[in-house]
Design a protein around this ligand. Structure first.
Ligand code: FAD
Ligand code: 2HG
Ligand code: ZN
Length: 452
């Protein structure tokens, strides 16, 4: 690509061609996708994003929008030499003065910076996950990220009051006007949320915040079967208004995490299944937990650990939150993020290992996830990066149970050829037409969501 005419309309240093710098942007977090490009754009304003996209559209240059590059489905990697447009320089986070409990953020602001600003102002942001220091709000909007608190606050879409974005033609649409109620035709924030950089590049957003809890308590249960976990999920979701997170994981993942990070063995390793619940609310969370059906359950269990202070809570969380890093240390994982209907969960847990073993008898399967949302992360180590038998078998199995082939990570490149397992051909053709309206030159993230 001849970048001189683009450089001429931008301020200096917005386009990087130095391969030493670019190489830090071309591979994904998991190590499965390794791309290349000759140009990295680092715009600092929405108008600059618009200039770049106008030029790209006129010159038929394909682009890959990128935030923190922590995505799990290869959507932020230039596999065919596309220009990377990184939003990393756009990081402002401001408390909105004309509303109650709202933030105006630039797309490159990290999740952690948004959480911090919210807390500083006496509020709480509804989205949290382990990649919080690197993942950006633009990436979270583009993937409709979920994370640990969906059971309480919903996914990223539920936090969005308004979005400003730039279409493939370089036109700025939407804004950060943000009224809580605004029924003026199609809801652009909902449409752009989850579009994975294929319709527009998100530049700014207005976010809703929630009341900051006074008290938080983590409870970790050591269990012997997934059935027990499902029973507890049912009781606590129904009876506790304080529930904030509900996570499941298993002994093989705990072994990996404990060995790698030197964590204490849990209950001498005698359990197969773990359920971590977090509760948050006004003062008295622990007292409320100790009453009624919840209290009876807490008293009944032998293998139970309770964390009240910050350090104890994060010690218990670390058995769950370090799974991703620990698994990556033992190879390049096949990441298969799925949702299972609650009434199919047991069938799923009983059969998933044999589904994987039929594809590769030496494969190791790690299961963990946001059980309260029916969301399990199936991580498989063993099959080669390009051997997709296991991905296909698991996704077909999940679809046969009425589940979704992507719960929270998106479709990206990793799952584009399986989109038909969840969407009808009529739906796929409608979605493609929508893409054509936002991006008539087809420059925005080709190969993401829809197969090339
Ligand atoms: P990137 O990885 O840079 O991009 C992701 C996708 O969004 C790409 O398709 C990209 O093209 C597009 N994109 C990025 N920015 C923009 C923009 N401004 N406009 C338009 N398109 C854009 N995800 C969850 O949902 N829940 C979790 O619990 C969770 N936990 C994680 C834990 C770890 C340790 C890691 C490494 C990842 C985790 N993720 C999780 C996945 C990932 O962090 C999220 O998908 C996150 O939203 C990606 O943000 P990002 O800024 O890194 O986006
Ligand atoms: C999590 O919930 C993330 O920890 C990452 O969504 C999941 O590593 C994974 O597969
Ligand atoms: Zn997750």
């Amino acid at each position: 690509m001849d970048l001189e005419t683009l450089k001429a309309v931008l301020k200096p240093n917005r386009i990087v061609e130095d391969q030493q710098i670019i190489s830090g942007f071309t591979a994904d977090w998991t190590g499965r996708y390794k791309g290349h490009t000759t140009a990295l754009a680092l715009p600092e304003t929405p108008l600059e994003v618009a200039e770049i996209l106008k030029w790209c559209s006129n010159n038929k240059v394909a682009v890959v929008p990128q935030g923190g590059n922590t995505g799990m489905v290869g959507g932020s990697v230039p596999m065919h030499g596309e220009m990377i447009i990184s939003l990393r320089k756009m990081t402002k986070v401001e408390f909105s003065e004309n509303s109650v409990g709202q933030l105006i953020v630039e797309a490159g602001a990290s999740l952690a910076s948004i959480q911090e600003k919210s807390l500083e102002m006496g509020w709480m942001f509804g989205i949290d996950f382990t990649a919080r220091d690197s993942a950006t709000i633009g990436g979270a909007i583009a993937t409709n990220a979920g994370g640990n608190h969906v059971i309480r606050y919903g996914d990223t879409r539920k936090q969005l009051l308004d979005v400003e974005a730039v279409t493939g033609l370089g036109v700025i649409v939407g804004g950060v006007r943000g009224l809580v109620k605004d029924n003026t035709g199609y809801h652009l924030p909902s449409l752009l949320c989850g579009s994975e950089g294929t319709l527009a590049i998100v530049t700014r957003a207005r976010l809703r915040l929630w009341a900051k809890p006074d008290e938080r308590v983590v409870v970790l249960f050591g269990l012997d079967t997934p059935e027990e976990a499902l029973g507890l999920i049912e009781v606590f979701s129904r009876t506790s208004q304080d529930i904030l997170a509900c996570e499941i994981f298993f002994q093989n993942g705990v072994n990996l995490v404990s060995n790698l990070f030197g964590l204490e063995t849990l209950w001498e390793g005698k359990h197969s299944t773990y359920l971590l619940l977090e509760f948050a609310g006004g003062n008295g969370v622990m007292d409320r937990l100790n009453t009624g059906a919840c209290g009876e359950l807490l008293n009944e269990f032998g293998s139970i650990a309770i964390g009240e202070g910050k350090a104890n809570r994060s010690r218990l969380w670390s058995y769950r939150s370090l799974h991703t890093e620990a698994i990556s240390s033992s190879g390049i994982p096949h990441k298969i993020d799925v949702t299972i209907p609650h009434n199919q969960f047991l069938d799923f847990f009983q059969r998933i290992n044999s589904v994987v073993k039929r594809c590769d008898s030496n494969a190791e399967t790690y299961l963990f996830g946001h059980a309260g949302d029916g969301n399990i992360h199936v991580n498989v180590i063993g099959p080669g990066e390009n051997d997709l038998k296991v991905d296909e078998a698991v996704l077909e199995f999940v679809a046969s149970l009425g589940g979704s082939i992507s719960a929270e990570h998106g479709i990206g490149r990793a799952k584009s050829k399986y989109l038909h397992l969840r969407r009808t051909s009529e739906e796929i053709s409608l979605l493609k037409k929508l893409k054509g309206v936002f991006d008539p030159a087809g420059i925005l993230n080709p190969g993401v969501i829809f197969p090339e």
